[in-house]
Design a protein around this ligand. Structure first.
Ligand SMILES: *Cc1c(COP(=O)(O)O)cnc(C)c1O
Ligand SMILES: [Zn+2]
Length: 419
């Protein structure tokens, strides 16, 4: 809070005091936090960060809240793993996996909600709410429980079981809306207008909430030895995560913690919901909304709120791309990551790995260049997408039944990633 001095409109620059608002009254542009970077520069250093907590709150100076009162369930400082097996398979010699699926509710959404819940308490709200594509519901429900807030989560009614249960267990009111995420979001915008005492993390709290995603960028830079990667492969739903990883890395450069950022940003979508990839291919900055139809439900936003800013970065950061892949390749990507690196990701991670493969095949990565693939959610939440691959051999509890039925040779050391 000390360093977040105001809000400003990303379009017309109009300033607003820190408040639970998200759109400009003049031009309806989105609001963004104004920081006092000179003061942050005086306060921050690599050493101070290194001595901080082993959570995302080590970067509290760059978040728009008072970190001392954080609603913290242990989010962040997730592993950045060298992925030599997957790299060999794809022909990438310096590949890293940022495994953000190991956060407390098993997705990167804990980062944004930890900030939003903290800010909601600062503002004096007693109700925490969200419009969710799935993972956000779990994160909001868990943080609402920790913060002793009344909690309401709105989800599309066709969501995966793992995500419904993974939210319901924390005791929120779960509202399943007949419709897709874009319908849920529209309903929630209306409810947010009508209920001013509710903190909707991704509506009226959005300027604060979205800043939490910057910590993924900070962490990767710190974990690479204070260096931005040459390439980042990032899943896109609303586009917020993509823009904030870029923003976070560039803030570190602004503050003199690292050299200039030359990262090539690669956005990843599913063919069945690829409005940003389509606009990028057409060299447009505005998307044509689509009706999503893909197994990657956590990324199924047909009219992404931050598409414009995502496309601006992708078009301006030289060598960047936004692409998409079909559902079967997404399943193959899930399988490939699991069988090479021992990491089970959800469909959004399958989108990232399948797009990574496509980029490698297109020769986008030079020898030695560091490539970071962002894995943002856990596979046990989307078992529906891969359960057809689980076919145990059934036997009687006898040695002879085992010997008759089980072909051990073909299983041991089997490196095949095909089904
Ligand atoms: C929400 C989500 C994203 C992307 O979110 P943005 O809306 O683009 O910020 C990526 N992966 C997973 C697993 C998600 O739940
Ligand atoms: Zn404005």
């Amino acid at each position: 809070m000390a360093y977040a001095s105001a809000l400003h409109c990303r379009e017309c620059g109009n300033e607003y005091p820190i408040a639970p608002i998200h759109v400009c009254e003049w031009c309806f542009g989105p609001l963004e936090i104004t920081y006092d970077y000179d003061a942050i520069g005086d306060a921050i250093s690599r050493e101070k960060i290194k001595d901080g907590p082993l959570t995302m709150w080590r970067y509290a100076d760059l978040l728009p809240v008072n970190g001392e009162n954080a609603v913290d369930i242990g989010t962040g400082m997730t592993p950045l793993l060298k992925a030599d097996n997957l790299g060999r398979e794809l022909g990438i010699d310096n590949l890293w996996i940022k495994n953000d699926a190991v956060n407390p509710t098993y997705s990167f959404k804990d980062r944004v909600v930890s900030v939003a819940a903290t800010k909601a308490l600062e503002f004096g709200f007693d109700t925490l709410a969200c419009a969710s594509t799935g993972n956000l519901a779990g994160a909001v429900a868990a943080h609402g429980a920790k913060a002793n807030m009344r909690t309401l989560v709105f989800i599309p009614s066709d969501l995966e079981r793992g995500k419904v249960v993974g939210a319901a267990i924390y005791g929120p009111t779960v509202v399943a809306v007949d419709g897709n995420y874009d319908d849920v979001n529209r309903l929630c915008s209306e409810l947010a207008d009508a209920n001013e005492s509710w903190a909707f993390v991704n509506i009226n709290m959005r300027p604060y909430y979205s800043e939490g995603s910057k910590t993924l960028g900070y962490e990767v830079v710190e974990q690479l030895g204070w260096k931005a990667p040459d390439h980042a492969v990032v899943p896109i739903a609303s586009g917020s995560l993509f823009t904030k990883i870029w923003k976070g890395m560039n803030e570190f450069a602004t503050l003199g913690l690292i050299d200039d950022v030359r990262t090539k940003m690669h956005g990843a979508q599913a063919d069945g919901c690829s409005p940003v990839a389509q606009a990028f291919a057409d060299e447009q900055l505005h998307v044509k909304p689509v009706v999503p139809d893909t197994i990657a439900k956590s990324l199924a936003i047909g009219n992404p709120a931050d598409a414009y800013y995502t496309l601006k970065i992708a078009q301006q950061a030289e060598g960047s791309t936004v692409g998409s892949t079909p559902d079967p390749a997404i399943v193959e990507g899930i399988q490939m990551l699991a069988q090479t690196e021992g990491i089970f990701t959800e469909t959004a991670g399958g989108v990232v790995i399948s797009n990574l493969k496509k980029l490698a095949e297109a020769g986008r990565f030079e020898k030695g260049e560091s490539v970071v693939a962002f894995i943002t959610g856990n596979g046990l939440k989307t078992v529906e997408a891969v359960q057809h691959l689980a076919n145990p051999v059934n036997i009687n509890a006898t040695v002879s039944s085992f010997e008759e039925s089980v072909d051990v040779e073909s299983a041991v050391g089997s490196k095949s990633t095909s089904s």
